[in-house]
Ligand binder design. Structure first.
Ligand code: GAL
Length: 410
């Protein structure tokens, strides 16, 4: 369904209170890569154009570094005006401690319940019936990104599945290329494992373990096969010595590596590098094996502030983030999908279109950040980092520890 540009503009104008006078809001986030910075600049531009002032509070080092800083500022009485979290359980304790602004009035004034899709995004912002975050995108981790040139130079077809990718890896390696680029941060290993679980293990297995929380399935032979596939994959990443996810993406962009398992935020890097989806790089959602995407992503939360001017500006920003124009401008740069179905992403590239088709088809699953607590997610990341980077731990040992960690989160 497409809103006409005029109708969208009228809707947006009608529901967005304009600033009586400029109020500065400090906004913290961890978007510091090229693509991320280009995307967050669209949010800042829109907020500044609306009459308020976006004071950028970017924190480098990724979410695992930024979130403890954000949380300590909020709990320590030095709150920012707004902050990014992945929607789900990351901000739950802050909300339960009464530290975060209730946005239910903004959500009702702007019909978020009718327009946010899938509804699980808003459910992930809702605690005891009240809404505490403005979702801004849908990001799915389960993608394989491929350098077309690496395969063209080898006279090989670009893989269409993870299976073909693994089968062609020996020739890629023999040509002096890194088969699989992987950064050295725990969440990246955990992300790769999650994608292999859905891609290789399949959706039913993923749901049994992560939705039904069936520990017999987690300890079963099918999950062992996933750990074996991950053990095969870690060999392909052994020579990837970069740290940050976007450095690993850059190995693919510069054709030093053949592929990377990474979320669709990698698109922002390809775009900033001027690479064209389908021509320069190929994207395989669900690793080309099971085209499902998990509907996690980013949202903005607003620490309570005693200054009514600040609170009014916080609510203006929350409404703006969900507006049609900002959703299009931001997500096209971020490489993510919009949180509303009534916007026209005509400029979406082939990969975003693949994601939109999967979303429209309902082939979606909830995200790990919505299912498991931050503590369980951190423990899973630590385990996967040891498994992938250590290259020593056996699939059997890893599975046993995996089950224990999940059991601790039940
Ligand atoms: C995720 C976030 C994405 C992207 C990624 C890498 O948690 O949802 O927007 O920034 O981290 O930093």
């Amino acid at each position: 369904m497409k809103l006409t540009k005029l109708a969208a503009a009228l809707c947006a104008t009608a529901a967005l209170p304009l600033a009586a006078h400029a109020t500065e809001l400090e906004v913290t986030h961890w978007w510091t890569s090229g693509g991320e910075a280009a995307a967050v600049a669209e949010l800042a531009k829109a907020f500044n154009a609306s009459g308020d002032v976006w004071v950028d509070g970017a924190i480098a080092g990724g979410g695992d570094t930024a979130r403890p800083v954000m949380i300590s500022r909020i709990t320590g009485g030095d709150p920012m005006g707004a902050t990014q979290f992945n929607h789900g359980q990351q901000a739950l304790e802050l909300v339960e401690a009464g530290l975060m602004l209730d946005l239910t009035d903004v959500a009702e004034a702007n019909n978020w319940k009718e327009i946010v899709y899938p509804p699980s995004l808003l459910d992930a912002c809702t605690v005891d019936g009240k809404i505490y975050c403005a979702p801004v995108n849908i990001h799915s981790p389960e993608w394989l990104w491929l350098s077309n040139k690496v395969y063209e130079d080898l006279g090989l077809p670009v893989p269409t599945t993870w299976t073909e990718f693994v089968a062609s890896a020996p020739q890629v390696e023999a040509a002096g290329k890194i088969p699989l680029a992987l950064g050295n941060q725990n969440w990246q290993s955990n992300l790769a494992f999650g994608a292999i679980t859905i891609g290789v293990g399949g959706l039913d297995l993923w749901k049994q373990v992560n939705v039904d929380k069936n520990m017999d399935a987690a300890a079963g032979p099918e999950m062992l096969a996933v750990f074996q596939a991950a053990a095969d994959a870690r060999k392909l990443a052994a020579k990837s010595t970069v740290q940050d996810w976007n450095q690993a993406t850059n190995l693919v962009i510069t054709d030093q590596a053949a592929g990377q398992i990474m979320g669709d935020w990698a698109q922002g890097e390809f775009q900033v590098a001027g690479e064209v989806a389908g021509k320069d790089y190929t994207c395989l959602p669900g690793l080309g094996l099971n085209e499902y995407i998990s509907t996690g992503g980013d949202a903005f939360y607003f620490p309570k502030n005693s200054d009514p001017e600040i609170e009014a500006a916080q609510k203006r920003l929350a409404a703006l983030l969900v507006s049609p124009e900002v959703q299009v401008a931001f997500n096209l740069k971020k490489g993510s999908l919009p949180i509303r179905g009534d916007v026209d992403l005509a400029a979406a590239n082939d990969c975003m279109k693949k994601g939109l088709e999967i979303l429209a088809g309902g082939n979606i699953v909830p995200a790990g950040d919505m299912i498991w607590s931050p503590d369980v997610q951190t423990q899973l990341g630590d385990l996967q980092a040891e498994f992938w980077k250590g290259q020593e731990m056996t699939p059997e040992e890893a599975q046993a520890r995996y089950v224990e960690i999940l059991k601790s989160g039940l």
